[in-house]
Write a protein that binds this ligand. Sequence first.
Ligand SMILES: *[C@@H]1O[C@H](CO)[C@@H](O)[C@H](O)[C@H]1NC(C)=O
Ligand SMILES: *[C@@H]1O[C@H](CO)[C@@H](O)[C@H](O)[C@H]1NC(C)=O
Length: 292
Amino acid sequence: MLYTKSIFAALMAAVATAIPYPPEATSAVPPATGTVTFGHKGGNFQPSKTVPVNGVHVDATGGQVNGNLGVHSINNQDGNGAGSDSYTTYSGDGTTGQGWPGQSSWVSFENMFNNNKAIMFGSCSQYGQPNDSGPEIGAIYDSIQEVASETFVDHRFILAIMIQESGGCVRAPTSGTVVRNPGLMQDHNGDATCNSDITGQVDNPCPTSTVTQMIREGAAGTNDGDGLAQCINESQASDVSAFYKAARIYNSGSIDPSGALQSGVATHCYASDIANRLTGWVQAPHTCPYDG
Ligand SMILES: *[C@@H]1O[C@H](CO)[C@@H](O)[C@H](O)[C@H]1NC(C)=O
Ligand SMILES: *[C@@H]1O[C@H](CO)[C@@H](O)[C@H](O)[C@H]1NC(C)=O
């Protein structure tokens, strides 16, 4: 009887955790051989919940993607395989007309996740912290899928931003000057972190609930400011450029009046980097010239 009960409890726990990661999501990979590039210059300036962008204002927590860009089911084979691990510098407004990649050339989530393990398993060394363990990388996998289901933000876009921000180091420190940027997504003054600038506490292992909350605060927004869902909305675009514009807004708080995504404040290569991550870039040399 006790036995039956504990099986039942285990089954219920499995249901509650949803979408468990497949074994290959956490299996070891050879360390990156190239110089991997991630992080940002001087922090992110995600819009605050009180400031309209492009004339639209959306609430800063619980963000969801409206309209045709929202993704309402999880498909891990949703793209062009693994794409190409190369870097192309993009400039202009993020549209295919100005040479940016269409969504048909984005990679599949499964390939993208597995290829980026080469970064994730080693990214904490950049911060002088213990590297992610397999279970922590599994928690990232599950959390991205869970938060994608909540926010309708394409899971590949969440993964690309997370790699850009922290390399997937669950113990990434807080950065930022004007806006405080904690955690995996270096979000707008979120609560979740496994390397607290407030208490000095570093968590190893980083609890799954904290991993999930870090991803959620980056994608769905925080009490103070916008996440990816809000930034996609604020782009006011309904083509693929919405994602590249949203990346620009997440990093710099606005789009330069010229419309060029390499212009304005913060990290000028940011939107180009995201486009490259979405098409397969992992370890190829970062040849973007805009940040000197
Ligand atoms: C973390 O991984 C990197 C890349 O493989 C490696 O150089 C570094 O020694 C690792 N750090 C620790 C503390 O194991
Ligand atoms: C942005 O959100 C507002 C409020 O929910 C909605 O009316 C508008 O259609 C959204 N715009 C886009 C481009 O998703």
